[in-house]
Design a protein around this ligand. Structure first.
Ligand code: PRP
Ligand code: URA
Length: 229
């Protein structure tokens, strides 16, 4: 095998048995290379955060290709020409705490997005989500919610978040996760078939503590430098 050949060919969405049409495992050499550094257990928190930023930007670029826009005109210093303005009201919804690591790069791309935080953590014993902060205005939900959380493992946290956004009346939900386990993808698929999922890679397994394998460990702890040996 040549040095430029990946040891494991990245899977395309088509080859994931039973995958829904709304799942996009984004194939790009920059994603594969940054993800490899992210997985590495020796990557320090500063670099880990930078890598999360880069990967979130690349995912957001893909996930926003179908946003609605309207034609407008603009005066350059030389002439009048055609341009575009976003029509959709975009909500950026980080699932605390690890999702916070993906907020700034997406806001950089969509500065007009509203940011709504959902606080959820997994109970360490049961791996089920516990809600601790949900504050959404009762009226006027956003048109498109970009839910950001680096990890989709069992899918418990994300489905709890999507249920909350559903109740709020959000029309379209796109989940951006750096890594997902097949189990979590299937759970979202069965409970929220209209949502879209953008991931850098889908891993096959969960261990007995419901961590993604091979995964990258605890994303929140690695972002915020709270890893306990
Ligand atoms: C992690 C991760 C997801 C969740 C994924 O959060 O960021 O929110 O676990 O697991 P699931 O798909 O099985 O629900 P965690 O509970 O570790 O909280 P943290 O972000 O505060 O570290
Ligand atoms: N949460 C993480 O941070 N990592 C996993 O592998 C699973 C859940």
């Amino acid at each position: 095998m040549s040095a430029t050949t990946a040891t494991k060919a990245p899977r395309t969405a088509d080859s994931f048995e039973g995958i829904m049409s709304g799942v996009f495992e984004v194939q790009h050499p920059l994603i594969q290379c940054h993800l490899t550094r992210l997985r590495d257990k020796s990557t320090p928190p500063t670099e880990f955060r930078q890598l999360v930023h880069r990967l979130a930007s690349l995912l957001a670029y893909e996930a926003t290709k179908d946003l609605r826009w309207e034609a407008i005109s603009v005066e350059t210093p030389l002439a009048k020409t055609g341009g575009a303005r976003l029509v959709d009201r975009i909500g950026l919804v980080p699932i605390l705490r690890a999702g916070l690591g993906m907020v700034d790069p997406v806001l950089e791309l969509i500065p007009t997005a509203e940011v709504w935080h959902l606080g959820l953590y997994r109970d360490e014993e049961t791996a089920t989500p516990v809600k601790y902060y949900i504050k959404l205005p009762a009226e006027r939900p956003v048109d498109v919610a970009l839910v950001v959380d680096p990890m989709l493992a069992t899918g418990g946290s994300v489905t709890a978040a999507l249920a909350t956004l559903n109740d709020w009346g959000v029309r379209q939900v796109k989940l951006l996760s750096i890594l997902a386990a097949e189990e979590g993808i299937k759970r979202v698929e069965s409970e929220f078939p209209d949502s879209q999922i953008y991931v850098c890679q889908i891993d096959p397994d969960l261990d007995d503590r419901k961590y993604i394998v091979p995964g990258l460990g605890d994303a929140g702890d690695r972002i915020f430098n709270t890893v306990r040996e």
